[in-house]
Design a protein around this ligand. Structure first.
Ligand SMILES: O=C(O)CCC(=O)C(=O)O
Length: 319
């Protein structure tokens, strides 16, 4: 690729980045030897990025096959160790800046489990509104590519939350499908097809630290009645509450390494048992649907371009 063509390609790829545009404009002013050095560095970076995106595209193809077949899939090693460490730091920072008793739209509402002095944070809602690092992951090009592939170019964000799942807190989730959170259903046209739930593993996730268990292929059974739809039954796991239709299907607790992502659909039955280890089980959840599948909730992307800052005014007031 000629150097001029390369500069044009970089300019196009980063058309929304004022910093890159400024840098590119200033290369024209560089003395020829410095410009040549800049161009060869840019070439190297482009080749590396292209190779990385190609292997990421291959991972997405495999993920699409698994998601269609099982209703859940794992994309390995999406984020690297440094990014995960920064994310973990972002969670603790956000907890300090949180609005524990606020609304979702304030960013950092905290739900606790346990009573009195023994209550510990369990879920932090919409931390992206108060955390640069967690917002960075939410709008990262890899997250954007996943949303574009599975939801489409015009998406809304329906949830953004960190699960802390501290050791021995005894919290759990009973069998359910996420469609239970999307009521009234008439306000969510085609949500069965356009919804995508995602988590990033910040810690390794295993069966004994509260890993999420899935019923493989359960998404093909449509919406089923789950006891967890009565909210008082949601936060206590009971195998007796798995609907009859799903009892003979294969079950799996996907093991995740920190940096992996897991995706599932709105009809995939899942549950999680208490964390019985001495380790935390931090996960960062971001859920999406096509723009027409919900009335409110912030726009995530428009014509494939990600909205960098979620509009908190679009988060319903009743949360
Ligand atoms: O993270 C977990 O343990 C379960 C979360 C879950 O099932 C949900 O939010 O729907």
């Amino acid at each position: 690729m000629s150097n001029d063509r390369l500069i044009q390609e970089i300019a196009k790829a980063y058309e929304n980045s004022p910093a890159v545009q400024k840098l590119l404009r200033s290369t024209a002013l560089l003395p020829p030897e410095l410009r040549a050095m800049f161009e060869s560095l840019a070439q190297l970076t482009t080749v590396t990025l292209q190779a990385r995106m190609k292997s990421f595209d291959d991972k997405l193809k495999t993920a699409a096959t698994d998601l269609e077949r099982d209703g859940v899939c794992v994309i390995p090693a999406v984020f690297d160790t440094a990014e995960i460490d920064a994310m973990r730091g972002g969670v603790f920072r956000a907890l300090l800046d949180a609005n524990p008793t606020g609304k979702y739209r304030n960013g950092g509402k905290v739900q606790y489990v346990g009573k009195g002095d023994n209550a510990v944070p369990s879920i932090m809602f919409w931390p992206t509104l108060i955390s640069t690092s967690l917002n960075g992951i939410r709008v990262d090009p890899r997250m954007a590519a996943i949303v574009a592939k599975f939801v489409g170019p015009n998406a809304r964000q329906l949830n953004n939350q960190v699960y802390l799942r501290l050791p021995s807190e005894d919290d759990s989730f009973n069998w359910h499908q996420d469609i239970m959170f999307r009521q009234p259903i008439e306000d969510h046209p085609r949500i069965e097809e356009t919804y995508l739930q995602t988590i990033v593993a910040i810690d390794d996730v295993t069966a004994d630290n509260g890993g999420i268990e899935f019923i493989m292929g359960s998404h093909k059974f449509g919406k089923l009645p789950f006891k967890a739809e009565q909210r008082s039954h949601l936060r206590s796991f009971s195998d007796d509450d798995l609907p009859q239709e799903l009892r003979d299907l294969e079950r799996k607790v996907p093991q995740l390494e920190a940096g992996d992502m897991m995706l599932w659909g709105v009809l995939t039955a899942h549950a999680s048992r208490p964390n019985r280890t001495t380790r935390t089980r931090l996960t960062y959840m971001n859920g999406f649907c096509a723009v027409e599948s919900a009335k409110d909730w912030p726009i995530y992307s428009e014509d494939g371009v990600v909205v960098e800052h979620a509009d908190n005014a679009m988060i319903p007031r009743d949360y």
